[in-house]
Design a protein around this ligand. Structure first.
Ligand SMILES: NC(=O)c1ccc[n+]([C@@H]2O[C@H](COP(=O)([O-])OP(=O)(O)OC[C@H]3O[C@@H](n4cnc5c(N)ncnc54)[C@H](OP(=O)(O)O)[C@@H]3O)[C@@H](O)[C@H]2O)c1
Length: 322
């Protein structure tokens, strides 16, 4: 029997990595096997992955030794960092460097680096259209990921640079769902004006990543941008209204207002949305829907995702359902 190619998945208990783990385990061809990396092999989520058939292995981005051990013998790795657990772009760059070094030491044949744009290429620090944050970033959780691309390239890794998109799941987990205004009407709030926001079902990121691994060497050395749909706030609100069966409006605010909403990271996200708004052509252009569907034929539209998840959208005055 032909030996399976092992894919080591960082963040396997999370959104992106979890989608990839499930995509590999659900593949009837069985060409690949999955090694799910977690800091705690005894957690409920880790045990659930083991029950599905994944090999579960301990690894921590803070320890290069643990990653090198976890990558050993693998064909490929999915590398992702977790900005929102520490809010530090410097730490994110260090984590990416640790993964890249471990991938290099273990001679992996294909690495997918989950990245985003370094927005300073479009808006240099001297450009005050976006306020500079944390001393040297415009969109901290984007910029360090983009900066880390060079680390993978310099080490000569066989890498695909995966440009991800806004998860529609943020409407469930990230406090971005419809909220009631003072007039009592439900609205989603984004500082996007009438520009389009590329979005995706988080689960589809892993499915797209699997499509990239399955394509073999074709996408090595290339940037692959993915999205399920490019939608304006008004279009998202219209679909929410139809699927939820209750009116949802689109509340378009200025980036300045969004930056000052007062939750941790609001300034970073305000700059992020402004970047997506002001560079809509580049940002959407880097995320082809046709390409995304070619590597993941199951790719969901916003409406399809919403039909599957409508009972999980927390509406003020109505508790979220599991
Ligand atoms: N939300 C969005 O719209 C969006 C869009 C594009 C990109 N992103 C980016 O996506 C990234 C997060 O990915 P995600 O959403 O898949 O994450 P997630 O669902 O929050 O998953 C986090 C997982 O990471 C693991 N983890 C955390 N710290 C770790 C460490 N030090 N070492 C090893 N594993 C660690 C945890 O696993 P264990 O507890 O099992 O170890 C956890 O299950 C962020 O950097 C964010 O900027 C987000």
């Amino acid at each position: 029997m032909k030996e399976k190619k092992i894919i080591a998945v960082v963040g396997a208990t999370g959104a992106q990595g979890g989608g990839l783990v499930r995509a590999i385990l659900n593949d009837p061809s069985g060409e690949f096997a999955v090694r799910a990396l977690t800091r705690d092999i005894h957690s409920d989520k880790a045990k659930a992955l083991a029950r599905l058939g994944a090999e579960v292995t301990a690894a921590d981005l803070d320890s290069e030794t643990s990653l090198t051990q976890a990558f050993t013998g693998a064909y490929g790795a999915y590398c992702v960092t977790f900005f929102w657990t520490h809010f530090s772009p410097e730490k994110e760059l260090a984590e990416a460097t640790t993964m890249a070094k471990a991938a290099s030491q273990t001679g992996l044949q294909h690495v997918i680096w989950s990245t985003l744009e370094d927005t300073r290429r479009w808006v240099p620090l001297t450009d005050n259209r976006l306020p500079t944050l944390m001393g040297k970033y415009k969109v901290p959780h984007f910029d360090a990921k983009g900066e880390a691309n060079a680390v993978f390239s310099k080490l000569g890794l066989p890498a695909t640079f995966l440009l991800t998109s806004f998860y529609w799941d943020n409407l469930i987990h990230f406090g971005m769902g419809p909220k009631r205004g003072q007039d009592g009407r439900l609205a989603i709030t984004f500082p996007m004006g009438d520009k389009k926001l590329p979005g995706i079902a988080a689960e589809d990121i892993g499915k797209c990543a699997f499509g990239i691994f399955k394509n073999g060497r074709e996408l090595i050395g290339r940037t692959a941008g993915i999205a399920g749909e490019h939608l304006t706030g008004a279009q998202m609100a219209a679909t929410l209204s139809t699927v939820l069966g209750t009116e949802v409006l689109y509340n378009s605010v200025s980036p300045e207002v969004y930056r000052n909403l007062g939750f941790p990271g609001a300034d970073d996200l305000g700059n992020m949305f402004q970047f997506k708004r002001d560079f809509e052509k580049d940002f959407c252009g880097a995320r082809s829907l046709a390409f995304s569907r070619s590597i993941n034929p199951d790719l969901l539209t916003f409406e399809q995702w919403l039909l599957e998840n409508k009972n999980r959208i927390p509406l003020e005055g109505k508790a979220a359902q599991a």
